[in-house]
Each structure stands twice: as structure tokens, then as C-alpha cells.
Write a protein that binds this ligand. Structure first.
Ligand SMILES: Cc1cc2nc3c(=O)[nH]c(=O)nc-3n(C[C@H](O)[C@H](O)[C@H](O)COP(=O)(O)O)c2cc1C
Length: 354
């Protein structure tokens, strides 16, 4: 398919389709990456919840299945010192649920695992040489970023408003993901903590396109070919889709998450910090309704999640994060390869009908 008029990102990353299968920590493994990549999209492996050995293994599996470009995705949040008093208050807020579900309140609180990009991750990038590295929550420290770029990787990161996009461009990002308010999972937000600074995709994408010189990737609420065509019309060079890929059999999500995605309405997601301490869009469940959506008690990212783990083990539907974007009703159950091809074919058909 060579009929795409804006080839900036396609040529930069060496991909055939202006589609990025979004990295989704906890939901994406090599199977989804391989399927999307074989279809011509950019396959993205989320690394924030994987150990170095797991990353190495997943990359090996992907490389043995396809030689197409690969995106490794990392978080680069600042780790805050542990605030013991806040952690205690948070656990006490959860105590009634521990009692109700018969979870052991006095057992040590498990630690939630989401690691920021560090020396070990940087060495992995240098070893594994992905063609693309994408970051969430800003960028790593300059020395590490310089090494990622020196490895030959194209660097992407997500911006949730124009200030963040300019900040990323100034520091050398090769393309910017404009992540609208509608998006599922964690907000990219990193220059402030004010959720009023978050802009919807339709408003965000053209303003970012006007502000930066590098190619822009639209993300958030893009659930089908119409969304891709709209993103391209707004000046984006590609679209990154997350929630749409949660409906594929390759998505590694719980039965409860699966069920919620299929039954929730567009009006039933919220930005919440109760699962990790950072704002993220999830389908609304009991813990969000009763303690959130935004709780001042939740410890800083990613520690809020630890105290929820024993509850989640008892009741996945009510106590686990059910990440989803607002376009969930557009989801269709198709394997990731077929989904990617049909999105591209339908988008091209719509573009050429104009
Ligand atoms: C389940 C889930 C997990 C996610 N995890 C990550 C992640 O690990 N890294 C990241 O950069 N973005 C993550 N995101 C954001 C997606 O990469 C993408 O930007 C977003 O899903 C786009 O919006 P949409 O869900 O409306 O398509 C996640 C999103 C979801 C739904």
C-alpha cells in the first residue's frame, strides 16, 4: 500500500502503514507486536512491567518472526521517596475491602512494579537495537537519551498538550505522539499535575502539528478507519491505537477486563489515580466509584497499586485497572493482523472517496 500522501513517518520509521499498534503494559506481548508488524504497522512492545530477561526473550521471539521495525516502549517517571504515612493512610482507606474480601490486612504490602528507564534499560536498548524507542511521561535524563539516539533508534514520546510537545521536540524527539484526553491507560502528562491541562484529540493534534516541525502521531479515541482518516486530515502523519487492539485475541487481559470492554458505554470511563498514583483512563468500577476517581490519599506512582494487589487477587472486576479509551464501543473482535489490514484498507478507501 503506497498510496499514503504523507510519508514522513513511514519513511522515518521504515513502516508501510500510518498505524502504530500502541504499547500497552500488561496487555501487549510479542504476539500482538508480531501480528501488527507483519501487517505493516509499527509494532510496539511495552517494557515498563517486564524484567530485562523478559524483554530480551520477547524481542528474540519478535525478531525470529519478523524483520520489520520494532518499537520498545519505556516509562520515564521520577521515583518519589516512599511516604510511609501516606501509604498507611491509603491502606487504611482500603481496610474495609480487605475485611469484606477476606484478604490479609497485616501481611506486608506488595510493591507495584513499573520501572523507569535506567542504566540497565539503556544497556538493553544498546544490545537489542530496536529501530524505535518510545517513552511515556517525558524523556529520560539527557545522558541516557543521548545513548538511545546514538544506538540508532528513532525516539518518540507522548505529549498531552502543546507545551509538552515543544519540550519534547527541543530535546530531540524524532516524532511526537499527541495523546488526547480520550486515550486509554496512563496520561502522558509530565510538565504539570493539573488535569485541566489535558486536551482532547481533535483540538490537540492540529495545534501540535502547527507548533512542531517533526511528524506528529495522533492518539486517543481513534477506534476505526474514520478516526485514522480524521487524524490524517488534522495533519497527523499516523495514528496510534490502543483500545482497538484490546479487542484482539492477542491482548493479554483478564476475563474481567475483557467483559468490561464489551459491556461498558462510552460514558463509563474516568481518569483515575487509584490504581497507580498517576492519572489513567479506566472503565469505572467499584474502587473508582467509592474512592476516586481521583483520591488525595493514593501514594505516588507506581506505589498506590501495591495495596490493591491482594484485593485484585480476590475480585478482578472491582479492584483492578480496566484501562480503556473513550472509543471502546468501536471495538471489533478481530485478530491483530486482520484488524491492522482492515483499518488501513478502509482508511485508504475513505481517503480516495473524498
Ligand atoms: C491497557 C493500556 C495500557 C497502556 N500502557 C501504555 C504503556 O505501557 N506505555 C505507553 O506509552 N502508553 C500506554 N498506553 C497508552 C497507549 O499507548 C495509547 O497511547 C492509547 O491507548 C491511545 O488511546 P486509545 O486507547 O483511545 O486508542 C496504554 C493504554 C492502554 C489502553
Amino acid at each position: 500500500m503506497s498510496q499514503w500522501t504523507d510519508r514522513r513517518l513511514l519513511d522515518l520509521l521504515g513502516i508501510d502503514l500510518p498505524i502504530i499498534q500502541a504499547p500497552m503494559a500488561g496487555a501487549t506481548d510479542s504476539a500482538m507486536v508480531i501480528a501488527a508488524s507483519r501487517a505493516g504497522a509499527l509494532g510496539s512492545l511495552p517494557c515498563a512491567m517486564l524484567s530485562p530477561e523478559q524483554i530480551r526473550h520477547e524481542v528474540q521471539v519478535i525478531r525470529s518472526a519478523t524483520h520489520n521495525p520494532l518499537n520498545l516502549n519505556f516509562f520515564c517517571h521520577q521515583l518519589h521517596p516512599v511516604d510511609a504515612e501516606r501509604e498507611t493512610r491509603w491502606k487504611h482507606a482500603l481496610q474495609p475491602y480487605y475485611r469484606e474480601l477476606g484478604a490479609d490486612f497485616n501481611a506486608p504490602t506488595p510493591v507495584s512494579s513499573r520501572a523507569p528507564f535506567d542504566e540497565t534499560a539503556c544497556q538493553l536498548v544498546e544490545e537489542l537495537r530496536p529501530e524505535v524507542v518510545s517513552f511515556h511521561f517525558g524523556l529520560p535524563e539527557p545522558a541516557l537519551l543521548a545513548r538511545v539516539k546514538a544506538s540508532g533508534a528513532q525516539v518518540l514520546s507522548s505529549a498531552s498538550n502543546v507545551d509538552e510537545a515543544l519540550w519534547l521536540e527541543e530535546r530531540g524527539c524524532d516524532a511526537i505522539i499527541a495523546m488526547g484526553y480520550e486515550a486509554g491507560g496512563h496520561r502522558a502528562i509530565f510538565l504539570s499535575e493539573d488535569l485541566n491541562s489535558q486536551v482532547g484529540t481533535l483540538a490537540l493534534v492540529p495545534q501540535v502539528v502547527d507548533a512542531v516541525k517533526v511528524p506528529v502521531i495522533a492518539a486517543g479515541g481513534i477506534g476505526d478507519a474514520r478516526g485514522i482518516v480524521a487524524a490524517l486530515a488534522l495533519g497527523a502523519s499516523a495514528a496510534q491505537l490502543g483500545t482497538a487492539y484490546l479487542f484482539t485475541p492477542e491482548a493479554k487481559i483478564s476475563a474481567a477486563h475483557h467483559k468490561a470492554l464489551r459491556s461498558a458505554k462510552d460514558s463509563q470511563t474516568a481518569l483515575t489515580n487509584v490504581f497507580t498514583g498517576r492519572p489513567a483512563r479506566s472503565i469505572i468500577n467499584r474502587v473508582i466509584r467509592e474512592l476516586g476517581p481521583v483520591s488525595p490519599l493514593a501514594p505516588a506512582f507506581p506505589r498506590a497499586g501495591g495495596a490493591l494487589l491482594p484485593l485484585r487477587a480476590k475480585d478482578e472486576a472491582d479492584f483492578s485497572n480496566l484501562w480503556s479509551g473513550q472509543a471502546l464501543r468501536l471495538g471489533v473482535e478481530k485478530p491483530a493482523y486482520e484488524l491492522t489490514l482492515s483499518l488501513a484498507e478502509q482508511a485508504l478507501a475513505q481517503l480516495h472517496r473524498r
